[in-house]
Write a protein that binds this ligand. Structure first.
Ligand SMILES: C[S@@+](CC[C@H](N)C(=O)[O-])C[C@H]1O[C@@H](n2cnc3c(N)ncnc32)[C@H](O)[C@@H]1O
Length: 290
């Protein structure tokens, strides 16, 4: 079932008060909530709540919660478009080299060089062959973070083929939780994990955002990588703050250059500071820390 976004627009102070109320009200249900600026000139902010089941009940609960404020802006409901990740997946199988990482198909094994961290991925149903600017941007950011940090536990949220989880597991030899909303992607991820012989390090599960008990069993993570899209990433900001250890690194991608400011603002609001942004093919990869 798809997600629905329930949102309202208000000036900054009202939006912040609404965000706080909703965050406290829906904390138990773990529904993602985000706040970000939509109109800089007029100082308008949008507060969004993402629900999957019982959307009408959630909408009623939101309206009841907002009644405490006296007057509240109108609530709008809109379905979150289903992204056809399969058509985003690239069929070409030219190997991709990013730093020490070499992502390749089975017929390109001979290209491995000593010292390479080789990741074998067949371009299958799940997004993530290393060719896309967002995946390559994440690989580059992972390589840089691992030069100066020694994470003990990592999360790849929206793992697709699990290329990033495999990169982390192979480079850092640490346990990695790989999750994806799409069960087909999770099956492909599991196959790739076996193919790359990192079954002892990677655990893959189907989960939407942080909705799975496995997260509370694993958290806090020292490194989280999420290559999804700007809007869901903004919705996931409070969950990221709850699951990343203080001092931990967060790598976000799937963000267009023009969306960069809004994403950073949503994460600043959750106690993250911006470390660095890298651009590739019109997409940006953002490194933040808590
Ligand atoms: C752009 S692909 C990234 C795949 C891989 N991590 C990479 O970097 O190549 C995004 C993946 O996120 C998954 N996804 C989208 N929204 C999600 C959500 N709310 N929770 C978990 N996974 C999600 C999609 O199914 C898709 O496999």
């Amino acid at each position: 079932m798809g997600q629905t976004r329930l949102f309202l627009t208000a000036p900054r102070a009202d939006a912040e008060a609404i965000f706080k109320l909703l965050d406290a009200r829906f904390d138990d249900q773990g529904l993602p909530i985000s706040i970000f600026e939509t109109d800089e000139e007029r100082g308008l902010f949008e507060v969004s709540l993402y629900a999957e089941d019982d959307v009408e009940t959630v909408a009623t609960q939101v309206r009841e919660t907002l009644a405490a404020l006296g007057t509240a802006p109108a609530l709008t409901l809109e379905p979150v478009p289903e992204i056809d990740w399969v058509s985003h997946s690239l069929a070409g199988l030219t190997p991709v080299r990013v730093g020490r990482f070499l992502v390749h198909g089975s017929h390109d094994r001979q290209l491995r060089r000593p010292g390479d961290i080789a990741i074998e991925i067949e371009a299958g149903l799940a997004f993530g062959t290393g060719h896309h600017g967002t995946t390559a941007g994440c690989l580059q950011a992972i390589a840089r973070v691992l030069q100066s940090e020694a994470p003990r536990l990592a999360l790849d949220l929206g793992a697709g083929s699990a290329v990033l989880a495999i990169a982390i597991a192979r480079a850092a030899r640490i346990p990695v939780l790989a999750t994806d909303i799409d069960p087909v992607a999770v099956d492909v991820a599991k196959q790739n994990v076996r193919l790359n012989e990192v079954e002892s390090l990677i655990d893959a599960h189907t989960a939407t955002g942080f909705h799975h008990r496995v997260f509370s069993e694993w958290r806090p993570f020292d490194l989280i990588v999420a290559n999804i899209l700007a809007r869901p990433l903004m919705g996931l900001a409070p969950g990221m703050a709850r699951h990343l250890a203080p001092g931990g690194s967060l790598i976000l991608s799937g963000i267009l250059e023009r969306q960069r400011r809004s994403v950073i603002a949503a994460y600043n609001g959750q106690g993250f500071r911006h470390i660095r942004t890298d651009a590739r093919e019109g997409w940006v990869t953002i490194h933040m820390k808590r």
